[in-house]
Write a protein that binds this ligand. Sequence first.
Ligand code: NAP
Ligand code: ZN
Length: 354
Amino acid sequence: MTQALTYAAQNASDRLKPFKIERRAPGADDVQIDILFCGVCHSDLHTARNEWQNTLYPSVPGHEIVGKVTAVGSAVTRFKVGDLAGVGCMVDSCQHCASCAEGEEQYCENGFTGTYNGPVFGGENTYGGYSDSVVVKEKFVLHIAPTDNLAAIAPLLCAGITTFSPLNHWKVGPGKKVGVVGLGGLGHMAVKIAHAMGAHVVLFTTSESKREDGLRLGADEVVVSRNPDEMATQANRLDFILNTVAAPHDLDAFLSLLKRDGTMTLVGAPDHPHPSPTVFNLIFKRRSLAGSLIGGIRETQEMLDFCAKHGIVSDIEVIAMKDINEAYERMVKGDVKYRFVIDMATLKAEADAA
Ligand code: NAP
Ligand code: ZN
């Protein structure tokens, strides 16, 4: 066991504060990573504040982890000390159910183990990436190509794969008109990735101020969704919509923009249900409403390679670990362009100074 520095929530209402935990010594299959940067996902905030009512405390969020390998177990073959490495939302799964066999570990029928907040179906808590180090099974560690912008790669480990996977699954590409709802951490990655896949991208935002950014990030059109006249221009036009919004809202406003046989996939995970869509918006045009959860390990590596090939990284604002609580407040207000990333050197420096 080694001691690790973290920032943790001790309950749903207090600020995150410094907290020491034990990490296991690397076993034969394990990779030990010195965390250099960790992205801040809205799921971290939902979890720290128990908004999904399943949080195990103390809670150490963070599942957009990049760093350097500091030790490997005797059976590890794909990593060596000094390599760059990434860890996303999962650190284990059963490895024998049908979903695991197909490389879709996020749908593990026995429940994957989250990087934080423990196994989905119960078990010992796990502690995430708001920390100076982590020990993870090799199978769940991703290769990161050498880069001079490591901090901007971190958000790919969740925001990147959560948007790449459904865009890939629903075969977004040239000739397809794709809507992205919400320009936050997930949404801005969706715009970049769908654009690189060759689709015509329409961004839907509630923020007039994000119009220019939407175009710069790769959208062909930007629609301010509060404006009914602008929304009407897209009626029955879209093949696919990826909805990343973190709060309950009227889904009908977007379902009615799909062509016949179109699909809207929800990846946003609000703490309260959306008002149900009207059945008529679905049956008259054989439309589908779907959901999607992160992505498997093989597909995550595919996404990292796709982003490296297309020069895609996240637009980030680097913060110090101690500023995480203010970052959460800004995230709730939609005031982030477009992902906060924690520089983990600031956690070590803070501990040294104490
Ligand atoms: P984020 O950075 O906070 O972005 C959410 C965006 O939604 C906002 O920037 C905003 O964009 C839009 N929005 C519109 N109305 C909103 C409202 N009332 N409240 C909040 N946002 C509103 O969050 P994120 O990190 O991208 O995560 C988005 C959601 O996806 C969260 O619920 C998160 O838990 C979930 N998630 C799901 C998965 C999965 O596997 N399915 C994985 C990761 C995260 P505009 O200003 O452009 O309107
Ligand atoms: Zn996430």
